[in-house]
Design a protein around this ligand. Structure first.
Ligand code: IPM
Ligand code: MG
Length: 356
């Protein structure tokens, strides 16, 4: 198979972890006789520094003309502490999602058995948890009208959804539920928000086409509570952009660390594959970052964009084998991990490549 991949490391640890993800793709290509070509593009703070624009036109074109995008992270502490900044790295990420029509963000919460004790939740509560979030990604308060009024002393953001936006993500989630345990949980705040009432109404309509899928509704506050009380109750979950952002960070603790969680953003065109973690400037350049989320994002890329299921499973199994062998990055180590088994970004990457 011949494929062209855009590699977009972005900011902070994005560069370190994406280089491991890319090395895994290169290894898969040579092992299975595929030809993957790569093209790098800038986004986020590094793009602002180079061009003044968090998502330069050239970067967008490179992504549009690729078969898939391997993405790192965006962000810089400089902007977090400067709420008045007009140009921000995150604008590049949001524009990319909108421009590429990436309305469905799949975030699988997969718990590797070896990491049962890396989580702060009790192993007997966690064992066997396996959740797939469908986070809507191009609507909601992320893209609604926002403004400062009253001389800057009042601000508002608009939580807004249209029926077609809810319907298309709902169909993706229902389709996926059909291939799993045939259970779908929809999360909203329909007891308060009008946009959530439209959400629920639309989900109920779509559900008529899926009589074989058992549908459950939860309010977001209850869902947040249940997620740590009884994670096994969840299977496929569909929710809006903001609730999905918050719940998936929470759910990452089921998998032990944000450093383990991959995501796929799909929709109208090229798919984007990225860790759910951010740019983590506190550990940037120290070789401490866990590259497994990027490696698992590469596995999702192989599966979803290229249909290479065997190759994808090979990558997941290699990560599993490295964990079984006892190797850890710092974020997933605990007091029982022997110091010599705690590896840096490139070293644990090498272990994964060796297994492949
Ligand atoms: C994520 C991130 C982004 C988001 C930030 C960096 C804008 O937290 O992908 O979950 O809020 O969507
Ligand atoms: Mg987030």
């Amino acid at each position: 198979m011949k494929k062209h991949i855009a590699v977009v490391p972005g900011d902070g640890i994005g560069k370190e972890v994406t280089s491991v993800g890319k090395a895994v793709l290169e290894k898969i290509a040579s092992k299975y006789g595929h030809t993957f070509t790569y093209e790098e593009a800038l986004i986020g703070h590094v793009a602002i520094e180079a061009t003044g624009d968090p998502l330069p036109h050239d970067s967008l074109e490179i992504m549009r003309n690729s078969d898939a995008v391997l993405f790192g992270a965006v962000g810089h502490p400089k902007y977090d502490n400067d709420p008045t900044a007009k140009v921000r790295p995150e604008q590049g990420l949001l524009k990319m999602r909108k421009e590429l029509g990436l309305y469905a963000n799949l975030r699988p919460i997969k718990l590797f058995d070896e990491l049962l004790d890396a989580s702060s939740i009790k192993p007997e509560i966690l064992r066997g948890a396996d959740i797939l979030f469908f986070r809507e990604l191009t609507g909601d308060v992320y893209f609604g009208k926002r403004e400062r009024i009253d001389g800057g002393n009042t601000a508002y953001d608009t939580m807004i959804y249209s029926k077609y936006e809810v319907e298309r993500i709902a169909r993706k989630a229902f389709d996926s539920a059909r291939t799993r345990s045939k259970r779908l949980m929809s999360v909203d705040k329909a007891n308060v928000l009008e946009s959530s009432r439209l959400w629920r109404e639309t989900i109920l309509e779509v559900a008529k086409d899926y009589p074989d899928v058992e549908l459950e509704h939860q309010f977001v506050d209850a869902a947040a509570m249940l997620l740590i009380k009884d994670p096994r109750r969840f299977d496929v979950v569909v929710t809006g952009n903001l609730f999905g952002d918050i719940l998936t960070d929470e759910a990452s603790q089921i998998a032990g660390s944000m450093g383990m969680l991959a995501s796929a953003s799909i929709g109208d065109g090229t798919g984007v594959y990225e860790p759910i973690h951010g740019s983590a400037h506190d550990i940037t350049g120290k070789g401490l970052a866990n590259p497994m989320a990027s490696v698992l994002s590469a596995a999702l890329l192989l599966d979803i964009s290229f249909g290479l299921k065997e190759e994808s499973n090979d990558v997941i199994n290699a990560v599993d084998a490295v964990l079984k062998a006892g190797y850890r990055t710092r974020d997933i180590a605990n007091q029982n991990t022997p110091p010599e088994m705690i590896l840096g970004t490139d070293d644990i990457g090498m272990k994964i490549l060796e297994r492949l």
